[in-house]
Design a protein. Structure first.
Length: 378
């Protein structure tokens, strides 16, 4: 970055931090109990320029880069609330429209995503198809002047809130990966769309994760993202490196938060007549955690710059996602141990960090798949 870019990004971070401390932190506990973030937070985030920060201004975005999206993720993690689905909305859903949509589609959807009028989700996973997307059974078959969508999706982030959903579906069921297309569904404009229950999870308790059902949902021809069918699988693959980097940014942010609160706790908490921090085991564990968090931060920053420059490849994204999420789970587990019994109490933030961490090794492609991607490059 140039000095000017660095200064602008620092000012942006301060703005995001104030928003997170004012609008998110005071409400986090309530949202976790309710299982969903207030719809009003989306509108406030849009008004503050925190939705679609990396989308060009001509389409209603803030005109920034992925660096700005990374800052938003960082600051959401700093207040220990990765439950807010804005990163998926802004840095996954919106870029699909930007990169592959027609000009009319960009003008129709991106400004409304930027204001929070539309909340985005992407529906990939099905009960019988997760990492292997070629096995999906959802269909979007041509019918007259449009498509008819039938199928079921599961584990969909923003599932209870989203009113704009990119559905991964087969427009040609006989063509395997070449028959997959991305269909954009404005849920308020169609019949036959249903939401299942808000799924109860081990962590991310305020993130609405749902089943979605499409029963003869009719959409117009221009609901197809882009102009050609059968491009969906390639479009998904092209965006996976960025999606996995988002997971890595969350992992590093969580590690840093866990480390900061554990250092503070061990310096304040006494055992056997002295602060817990003064025990050699405590200092060594925290030294290891600090080193791993720093290594994660440095590699993550490198990957962000590679992405901004258009050079981030699938292997680098897989490395970032695998290593940081593995270390996230290890570091936070060690930090929780240093809290003793208090660490297992839900009122202590370290317990939330611990339960939220586990899914990071699963979504965005399991860590086993990340290793396979890396191994193929050797």
């Amino acid at each position: 970055m140039t000095p000017e870019e660095a200064e602008e990004l620092s000012m942006f971070r301060e703005s995001v931090r104030r928003f997170a401390e004012r609008e998110i932190a005071p409400n986090a506990a309530r949202w976790r109990k309710e299982g969903v973030v207030d719809r009003d937070l989306w509108r406030k985030a849009g008004a503050a320029g925190l939705l679609c920060a990396g989308i060009p201004e001509e389409y209603g975005g803030a005109g920034g880069t992925f660096r700005h999206e990374a800052v938003i993720i960082d600051e959401i993690c700093r207040v220990n609330f990765p439950d807010f689905g804005a990163p998926l909305h802004s840095a996954i859903v919106a870029p699909y429209i930007l990169h592959y949509g027609t000009e009319e589609q960009k003008q129709r959807w991106l400004p409304r995503l930027a204001t929070g009028e539309l909340v985005g989700a992407i529906a990939m996973t099905e009960p019988g198809a997760g990492s292997d997307l070629q096995g999906i059974r959802t269909r979007a078959l041509p019918d007259g002047n449009g498509y008819v969508v039938n199928g079921q999706k599961v584990f969909i982030t923003n599932g209870q809130t989203a009113n704009f959903i990119i559905v991964v579906a087969k427009t040609d069921p006989e063509a395997a990966g070449r028959g997959i297309s991305l269909i954009c569904v404005e849920t308020d404009m169609v019949e036959g769309f249903r939401r299942g229950r808000n799924l109860e999870k081990v962590g991310f308790h305020a993130q609405d994760t749902s089943e979605l059902f499409f029963d003869d949902v009719r959409v117009p021809a221009d609901a197809l993202l882009g102009t050609e069918t059968g491009k969906g699988f390639a479009q998904l693959k092209e965006q996976l490196a960025q999606e996995r980097l988002i997971v890595a940014i969350q992992a590093v942010g969580a590690m840093e938060s866990a480390l900061a609160m554990t250092v503070e706790y061990t310096k304040d908490r006494n055992a056997f007549g002295k602060p817990v921090f003064d025990f050699q085991n405590t200092r060594f564990k925290l030294a290891e955690a600090a080193t791993e968090a720093k290594i994660g931060r440095i590699y993550m920053d490198f990957c962000i710059e590679e992405l901004v420059a258009g050079r981030l490849d699938a292997v680098a994204g897989a490395m970032a996602k695998w290593w940081t999420t593995q270390k996230q789970c290890e570091v936070i587990d060690e930090c929780l141990q240093l809290f003793g019994g208090y660490g297992y109490m839900a009122e202590y933030p370290i317990s939330t960090l611990w339960t939220d961490a586990r899914v990071q090794k699963i979504y965005g492609g399991t860590n086993e798949i990340m290793k396979e991607i890396i191994a193929r490059s050797l």
